[in-house]
Each structure stands twice: as C-alpha cells, then as structure tokens.
Design a protein around this ligand. Structure first.
Ligand code: GDP
Ligand code: MG
Length: 143
C-alpha cells in the first residue's frame, strides 16, 4: 500500500454559527475551508431550533455552559455544511483553532476572528463517529 492510499477521504459536519452570520463573516470563514482544498458537498442556511440544538450538543446537555450556548446557537440563522477532503475532520478542527477564541492560535479562524469562548464562529466534528452522527442529523438526505 502506498502512503497516499493511507490518507482517508473524510466528510466533516461544519456549522458557521450565528455570530459569524451577524458579523458578515460567512464568506471569510467558508473561504478558509475552500482555500485549504476542502470541497463543499452540502450547504444550507438554517435557523436552529432548541430541539436541534439539544440533539447536536447532546454530549453537553448537563454542562453549566449549555443553557447560554443554546440561547446563542438559536439566536439567529447559521450556515450548516458538509466538507469533504483528505483527513477533513482533523483538518477542519485545525483550521478552526482552540475552542476559546482568546487562546486560539493566530492563523486559525477562531484565533484571527473571535475573542470569545462561546461566540467562536464555527463548529467542526471531533471524530469520524461524531461526523457520521452529525451529518445524519443535519443532512439526512446525504447522511
Ligand atoms: P468545540 O468542539 O471546540 O466547539 O468545543 P466543545 O465541544 O467543548 O464545546 C461546544 C461549544 O460550546 C463551543 O464551541 C463553545 O461555543 C461553547 N463552549 C464550550 N466550552 C465553553 C465554556 O467553557 N464556556 C462557554 N461560555 N462556552 C463554551
Ligand atoms: Mg465539540
């Protein structure tokens, strides 16, 4: 087997959050992913309901930060998308940067454009299992 054959092509679920839509940063955020070489395979402007927020963030329902996170994520439209490419899951997380925008490295989306631990512009699946679950939840027609 060649080295190239060992690089898995993956799909990652990405949410461009309401703060990015409000701040007019959808194009800037999407451009980071497209410029990197990832391909958009699904995209939809979406007003997230409380039910969808709870399903998406099921692992965080009991966390103290979840009630304000739910208010934020349902506060206006988001852009949901699926990106495809070599090791897309890890590549997206690396482009996004650390969760807290204040601590995220310069050069990352959050590091360059966010000053918040909550309003951090973007979500990316954290594992192949999460990606499969999230794509099925948000885009059942392709999941
Ligand atoms: P991610 O995978 O980097 O998005 O981070 P997590 O899965 O840990 O958390 C989900 C989302 O909840 C984050 O992207 C933030 O929007 C928010 N969040 C996480 N941790 C905190 C926190 O400690 N405080 C606040 N205010 N928001 C948080
Ligand atoms: Mg997460």
């Amino acid at each position: 087997m060649t080295a190239a054959a060992e690089v898995p092509t993956q799909r990652s679920f990405v949410l461009i959050k309401p703060d990015a839509v409000r701040r007019g940063l959808v194009g800037a955020v999407l451009s980071r992913f497209e410029s990197k070489g990832l391909t958009v395979v699904a995209l939809q402007l979406r007003q997230v309901s409380e039910e969808l927020a709870d399903a998406h963030y099921a692992e965080h329902l009991d966390r103290p930060f979840y009630p304000p996170l739910r208010r934020f994520i349902t506060s206006g439209p988001s852009v949901a998308l699926v990106l495809e490419g070599d090791e897309a899951i890890e590549v997206v997380r690396s482009l996004n940067g650390a969760t807290d925008g204040r601590k995220a490295a310069p050069g990352t989306i959050r590091g360059d454009l966010s000053l918040s631990n909550r309003e951090n512009l973007v979500h990316g699946s954290d594992s192949p299992e999460s990606a499969a679950r999230e794509i099925a939840l948000w885009f059942p027609e392709i999941g």
